[in-house]
Design a protein around this ligand. Structure first.
Ligand SMILES: [Zn+2]
Length: 375
């Protein structure tokens, strides 16, 4: 069986559409990966996640290592069996979240020592331990352990951090390869760093290319720099990475971020936005985001989005969803999340179709006209 193969079926400008073949299934690109932080895409059953059209989900190493613990997940047969998702899972390395969530962090060349945000217990994450945890979870796409510095730091700090991340990428590659049985059926992605600096992005891309990976992520964006700066970086960053491998923009984003990034040559995305916003009452639609808590929806019998093909829009009114959200009902979070994840998948499917037919520019322009019409 194919371990990992990426085939580009069509190109339109810098945009590409294709498929990634893996043992647990095919991933259609451009792909959006719903985030299943703690072995669950919050408020959704795995079968519902699949029914929205998701080919792959993301799991978080940092959360899972702390609770229930990677060794426990392994004893229970791995993450797929544990959570009842039999398609590909990408796990992050824990690097980003250990920086953003943990306490008492100490970063050295060896790795990151930290205290759990749950119970204060002490842990150490290194490239080798991150690879071991992702192996214990049974991840299909493993991410290199890296440091993601804040983009507002000085260039010298960003450069030193990037250089350490490239040394960690080499150690990640060795750690991943040492798990021979797991390495034979999974893939390893490197992560480009360098914040908004073109020369650092190039140096990072060169270092990663020398090591060699199945795919390449663009890290260190969507950390507060704003869409304009992110797009300016995406004007050059994806083209520095190998053309024949998937490019994954980590932690992005809003629907208009996805369209702009695909336009610039990105193939994969993940973000908590559709699920987290859904729980908070924000729905994404072809006509822009809306807040279902707003009083104007209280007696509105129309669906969230009349172009959306999801079962929520086929069944429930804005008025009912408004009521559920105002009442704090669990079903409100479930239905809003299902719609949002489904909307994201319809957006990806729309982009894939448009690229295949050579009409991506028109698709993007129509999308922006409708999405921003109310602004
Ligand atoms: Zn819908």
């Amino acid at each position: 069986m194919t371990r990992f193969a990426f085939n580009i079926h069509a190109r339109d400008g810098k945009a590409r559409t294709g498929t990634i073949q893996m043992q647990r299934g095919e991933i259609r690109t451009p792909a959006f990966m719903p985030v299943g932080t703690a072995a669950t895409v919050k408020a959704m059953k795995p079968e519902t996640v699949r029914s929205t059209g998701a080919d792959i989900i993301l799991g978080n190493t940092y959360h899972l290592m702390l609770r229930p613990g990677a060794e426990r997940v392994a004893r229970l047969g791995g993450l797929h069996k544990f959570m009842n998702w039999n398609r590909p899972i990408l796990t992050d390395s824990g690097g980003y979240q250990v920086m953003s969530l943990s306490e008492l962090r100490k970063i050295t060349e060896e790795g990151v020592a930290f205290a759990s945000h749950i119970d204060g217990s002490r842990h150490m994450l290194t490239p080798e331990r991150s690879m071991e945890i992702q192996r214990l979870l049974g991840s299909d796409i493993v991410m290199c352990f890296d440091e993601c510095p804040r983009a507002d730091q000085g260039k010298d700090v960003i450069a030193k951090s990037m250089e350490m991340s490239m040394r960690w990428a080499k150690r990640s590659r060795a750690g991943f390869d040492s798990g021979e049985e797991h390495a034979a059926r999974s893939a390893l992605f490197g992560i480009q760093q360098g914040a908004l600096h073109q020369d650092l992005r190039q140096a990072s891309a060169d270092a990663l290319r020398d090591i060699g990976f199945d795919g390449y992520a663009i890290g260190g964006l969507a950390v507060g720099e704003g869409q304009e700066a992110m797009f300016a970086t995406l004007d050059f960053a994806p083209g520095m990475l190998p053309d024949d491998k998937p490019r994954y923009l980590m932690g992005v984003g809003k629907p208009d971020d996805l369209v702009g990034a695909v336009e610039r040559g990105v193939d994969m995305f993940d973000c908590v936005l559709p699920s987290r916003s859904g729980r908070n009452g924000q729905a994404f639609t072809w006509n822009g985001p809306l807040n279902i808590r707003n009083a104007k929806h209280a007696e509105d019998t129309s669906p969230l989005d009349d172009r959306c093909t999801c079962p929520v829009c086929g069944t429930y009114s804005r008025a009912y969803l408004h009521h559920l959200q105002k009442s704090g009902e669990i079903l409100g979070a479930m239905l809003m999340t299902e719609h949002n994840i489904s909307f994201y998948q319809q957006l990806m499917s729309g982009m894939r179709g448009a690229i295949a037919e050579g009409r991506f520019a028109a698709f993007a322009s129509d999308f922006r006209r409708d999405y921003f019409a109310g602004k």
